[in-house]
Every structure is written in structure tokens, then in C-alpha cells.
Design a protein around this ligand. Structure first.
Ligand SMILES: *Cc1c(COP(=O)(O)O)cnc(C)c1O
Length: 375
């Protein structure tokens, strides 16, 4: 039996042909495919989308476009990928590590305590793909006069009250890296109705060259240009967009598959002796990106992970809280205690669209085996 991977891309002949066609064209940079990918994302979400080179770049540019800079603070859950924190500190601002609830979602009570006159934005992370607090985050931001920059890297394809994440809600940043709900190889996108933010990002992703995006879409570029502010080399290429365009066509299939696999895990775990509870069990509005389970207090996570690996099952740990990193020590007034508990007692089981029900039965049987042995 081959290793059951925690996550992976799912690439078919469609993606391979699309990339081959870009390569055959011998125009690999930002061109018409990027425009087409942006247009298709825009029509899906119903508000404008700009594509960039990664989810991290999307977060960084969104904050910069809002004028977030040195001396400012951004409230962010400690339990997130390092990218959220790095995107904030890249602007010169300080990421303020806030706590999460038992479902890994940003705790607004803690945000309230840490809010002050330097706070410019909150950056909720739609952990595991769940958007059940999406409106609460927006309301919080509006009522406290700060911006809401959603890290929706996990939540492409999820909804809140049947409205897609990114179809409203101030600013929404997605990632299309290799293991996300859909991929463009590497890549990211920003969805917002804020025209000023969109305009800033369109220029800033091309080293700040004003109005160059329109030329690039037509495979041209500006020569006599002007630059007014700091930019970055953060644009998306046609190679990436070609992959993204094909993946976007498969969104409904991928979404169905992820939801049904996660539901199957839930059904098996309920019947099993594995001392692990799914963190999420309702996938009506959630395209699950990861499948975290909460382990019984008696289970030693490290030993379990080693055991599963010896049985060819990879697992994940989403995430080591960021206030524990040397770079970000000392930035949390009041410890994010729940973040540390979730980190210590949760484990992510394999979830990707090429997983079979047989794989899931095997994973759960391995979990059971470990729990029986360690009675
Ligand atoms: C993947 C991810 C990012 C960053 O996206 P990249 O495209 O890898 O730069 C940011 N936040 C979270 C929670 C992620 O999972």
C-alpha cells in the first residue's frame, strides 16, 4: 500500500494540456490567461478579483493597499499558518496574536481586549474552510472602525448563508498553492468591492508600475512609466492561470468530493473506538480544506503521529501557534491559551480529492488500533 498523503494536488490531463498550450505559445508571463482567470473568478464571486503570485502576497498587498504600515497593529489568530503573520510583519505593522475558540476560529472577545487606537485591521482565518463566523468578523470590524482582511486560504468554495466566501465581506484573500481547494500551482487572489484597494494591488503586483496590468493582459508592457509607491514582483503568470482555469471548472466536483469524504470520516469515527472527535461535522456550507480531529486527553499526539506514519498514513498539525515563534514572542498580551490547547490535542487526518472511502476506513482502523494498544 502506498502512503496515504495528508494533502495533494489533483491534476488531470486538462491541466497538463492547458500548461502545454501556454508553453507552446512561448508567452509564459502575465497575459491573457491571467485576465481570463480573473474574469472567471469575478463572475463566480460577483465582485472583482485580482490575481497574484501567492496567498501570502495577496494578504501582504491587501494590507498595504489599506495603508497598514509600521506602528500599526493587526489582530490575527495565533493558530494559523506562518504566512498570515509574515504578511502583516512584511508591512512593518505588528501582528497581535489573538486566541481562537475550540473550532480554531478567531475569538472576538479576545480581539476586543486587544483592540486599541493602533489597530488598523483584523485578519480572521477561516480555519479548515469554515465561514460560520464570517458575518460576525465583518460586524466586529465595522462596529470598531477597522478593516476586515479575511485569510480565506482554506475557504475557497465555502459559503455563509448560501453566499460564497469572497462574494462580500470587505476584503477576502485566497491561496491557490498546490494543496489548497483549487490550485494554480502557486497563486493567490484578492476579492473586494473596494476599487481603491483593487487599483493599488493591480499596480503594486507589477513593481508599482502604474496601469501596466492592461498592457500585460495584451502581452505588452509599459516603457515610459511612472512609479509612485513601493511595489513587489507579485503578479501571476499565464502558466499558473492556465492551471487555475482548469481547476476552477472542477470546483463543484472537488467540493462535493471533499464534503462527502469528510462526512464519511465523521460517520466512521462516530461508530469507532478511536478516541478522536471531528472538529467539524456539518459540511453544508463548508468545503473542508483540512480534517482536524480533537484527541482524547489520554492520547499522546506525538506517539500517535509516529504510529500512523509507520502505517503509511501522513498527518498534519494545524498549526503551531505563532506566538511561540522567536520572531513573534512577546506580542501577545494575555496568552492565547486555547490556541495552544487546540495545537496540543488536535491532529489533521488526510483529506484530498483523490482519497477513497477505502483509504478512510484504513486511516480510522489505524487510529483504533493505536487506541486499543494504549488502553
Ligand atoms: C496556504 C495559506 C496561506 C498562504 O498561501 P500561499 O499561497 O501558500 O502563500 C495563508 N494562510 C493560510 C491559513 C494558509 O493555509
Amino acid at each position: 500500500m502506498s502512503t496515504i498523503r495528508l494533502s495533494k494536488s489533483s491534476i488531470g490531463s486538462e491541466e497538463i494540456e492547458a500548461v502545454t498550450s501556454v508553453l507552446t505559445d512561448e508567452y509564459l508571463g502575465m497575459g491573457s490567461r491571467v485576465l481570463e482567470f480573473e474574469q472567471n473568478l469575478t463572475s463566480l464571486l460577483g465582485q472583482e478579483v485580482v490575481c497574484v503570485s501567492s496567498g501570502t502576497a495577496a494578504l501582504h498587498l491587501a494590507l498595504e493597499a489599506l495603508g497598514v504600515k509600521g506602528g500599526d497593529q493587526v489582530l490575527v489568530p495565533s493558530l494559523t499558518y506562518i504566512a498570515s503573520f509574515q504578511a502583516i510583519s512584511a508591512t512593518g505593522a505588528t501582528p497581535i496574536a489573538c486566541d481562537v475558540d475550540r473550532k480554531g476560529q478567531l475569538c472576538l472577545e479576545d480581539c476586543k481586549k486587544k483592540l486599541n487606537s493602533s489597530t488598523k485591521a483584523i485578519m480572521p482565518v477561516l480555519y479548515a474552510g469554515s465561514a460560520h463566523k464570517y458575518d460576525d468578523y465583518l460586524d466586529f470590524a465595522v462596529s470598531h472602525g477597522v478593516r476586515c482582511v479575511n485569510d480565506a486560504a482554506h475557504a475557497f468554495g465555502s459559503t455563509r448563508n448560501n453566499r460564497l466566501v469572497g462574494s462580500y465581506g470587505d476584503i477576502c484573500c485566497f491561496s491557490f498553492d498546490g494543496i489548497k481547494n483549487i490550485t494554480s500551482g502557486e497563486g493567490g487572489a484578492i476579492a473586494t468591492e473596494d476599487k481603491q484597494v483593487l487599483e493599488h494591488i493591480r499596480n503594486a503586483r507589477l513593481l508599482g508600475v502604474i496601469n501596466d496590468s492592461a498592457n500585460r493582459y495584451k502581452r505588452g508592457r509599459s516603457w515610459d512609466f511612472n512609479v509612485e509607491y513601493q511595489g513587489w514582483r507579485y503578479h501571476m503568470s499565464d502558466v499558473m492561470a492556465a492551471i487555475g482555469l482548469e481547476q476552477l471548472k472542477k470546483l463543484d466536483i472537488f467540493s462535493e468530493k471533499r464534503r462527502s469524504l469528510a462526512a464519511y470520516y465523521c460517520a466512521l469515527l462516530k461508530e469507532s473506538n478511536a478516541k478522536a472527535q471531528p472538529m467539524y461535522s456539518d459540511f453544508d456550507e463548508m468545503m473542508p480544506h483540512i480534517f482536524p480531529v480533537v484527541l482524547d486527553g489520554s492520547i499522546k499526539k506525538r506517539e500517535l503521529r509516529e504510529f500512523l506514519l509507520s502505517r503509511d498514513v501522513q498527518t498534519g498539525s494545524h498549526y503551531k501557534p505563532n506566538h511561540l515563534h522567536t520572531l513573534y514572542k512577546g506580542i501577545c498580551a494575555g496568552l492565547p491559551v486555547v490556541s495552544e490547547e487546540v495545537y496540543e490535542h488536535s491532529l489533521s487526518l488526510p483529506l484530498h480529492v483523490d482519497l477513497s472511502e477505502e483509504d478512510i476506513r484504513y486511516v480510522v482502523s489505524c487510529l483504533e488500533e493505536f487506541c486499543c494498544r494504549n488502553q
